[in-house]
Design a protein around this ligand. Structure first.
Ligand code: MLT
Length: 387
């Protein structure tokens, strides 16, 4: 006799039209998100992951293990390098895009075009190619949109994160930029199966669109200010705070709340404690950028805002999320235009979403894959009528 199907969740009318929040719809093999501990990738905590190279974490999400030997790690890095070539026509397309368009719109255009000119129509092959190539495409988005010059080719010997810093060639780059980008990349790669961009990417892929189109759609979901674009708003907010004086910061937070404003960088859909991705970045900020005025303002907010927010019993999570300090850090390391921060989030999240798409297409359900997404919407306000 087969075991009875366990009931994971009862659906009530009150669950309708709530954005599927918390509603179980599938399983995720790459990462898990807990309200208290935050995200882990394949059982490794953020504190552990934060010491690894991008390549090791990409390997972990795609192949489900960290490379088991130095040789395996080198072979995988070489594999990514071998696939990293971006056809020149992708850059020619980017050059034609309007400068007033958001960097995420550029990134989406670049991903789509990459698929148009160079696609294998194979989930694993295209997935690995896209992860290898997005480094070059995302760096070119910065350079061409900012007018920093022609795209820079990948360096043959640099690892993924520092290579991205090399390809950016940012005019005011701090010596820690490469290391910061490695950390940012690793921290932002994945966040469970249900965040909007991942869900969207998997939903598109479930209709058997290819990886490029699915990821472009996922990036569209990430572009919204309630999802990935929140990180650029956070730096604006920290600039508005503009001080690390505890009294001034507290008055600012109180005044903001009294006027119905939002405290950017605090709270999260799932977490109910400080986001470990924020904790790791705070430590990096204290180590390398302790004198930077915006970093100091962000650190002051960390110690003051949760206390003030906790006074309101309706606020379920008064703690910092991943965005609370990332913008101040990027700014201190020389990337001063906040509009790019969402594109950096996208550059990182491409890895996790691609890994989850591959799982849903070729690994889950004993290799049969997940069928096309087709949830049910209950028809309302439509009594029978006749003409
Ligand atoms: C995040 O990284 O925090 C997310 O993508 C947002 C979420 O999990 O809904």
């Amino acid at each position: 006799m087969p075991e009875p199907d366990p009931v994971l969740f009862e659906v009530h009318e009150s669950h309708l039209n709530t954005g599927l929040r918390g509603y179980p719809v599938g399983s995720c093999r790459t990462s898990a998100v807990s309200a208290q501990e935050g995200v882990s990738y394949r059982g490794y905590s953020i504190a552990e992951l934060s010491t690894l190279s991008s390549e090791s974490v990409i390997h972990l999400l795609l192949r489900k293990e960290i490379p088991s030997s130095e040789d395996e790690a080198i072979a995988f890095s070489n594999e990514l390098r071998r696939r990293a070539h971006v056809p020149d026509e992708v850059f020619r397309l980017l050059e034609k895009l309007p400068k007033q368009a958001h960097p995420m719109e550029w990134l989406i255009a670049g991903i789509l075009y990459l698929g148009m000119v160079d696609k294998a129509d194979d989930w694993q092959e295209d997935g690995l190619n896209l992860i290898a190539r997005i480094n070059t495409v995302a760096a070119a988005v910065f350079r061409l949109r900012e007018g920093w010059g022609d795209p820079i080719a990948p360096h043959a010997d640099l690892p993924y994160g520092p290579n991205f810093a090399h390809m950016l060639g940012a005019p005011n780059a701090h010596e820690q930029l490469g290391e910061l980008l490695r950390l940012f990349h690793v921290l932002h790669m994945d966040h469970g199966g249900g965040n909007l961009s991942t869900f969207t990417g998997k939903a598109i892929a479930s209709g058997h669109a290819d990886v490029y189109v699915s990821i472009a759609g996922a990036m569209g979901a990430l572009y919204g200010p309630l999802h990935g674009r929140a990180n650029q708003e956070c730096l604006r907010f920290v600039k508005e705070v503009g001080s690390d004086d505890p009294q001034r910061v507290e008055s600012f937070v109180r005044a903001k709340l009294d006027s119905g404003g939002k405290i950017f960088g605090f709270g999260h859909a799932v977490l109910r404690a400080e986001d470990p991705r924020a904790t790791v970045q705070y430590a990096f900020a204290e180590k390398h950028f302790a004198d930077d005025p915006l970093v100091r303002a962000a650190l002051a907010l960390r110690s003051i805002a949760p206390r003030v927010l906790k006074e309101n019993p309706k606020i379920s999570n008064p703690y910092p999320n991943v965005d609370a300090i990332s913008g101040a850090l990027l700014n201190a390391a020389g990337l001063q235009e906040p509009a790019y921060y969402t594109a950096l989030f996208g550059w990182s999240r491409v890895v996790g979403i691609t890994a989850q798409i591959i799982d849903e297409r070729v690994n889950l359900r004993e290799g049969r894959g997940v069928p096309i997404y087709r949830p049910r919407f209950i028809a309302v306000d439509q009594p029978p009528r006749s003409l």
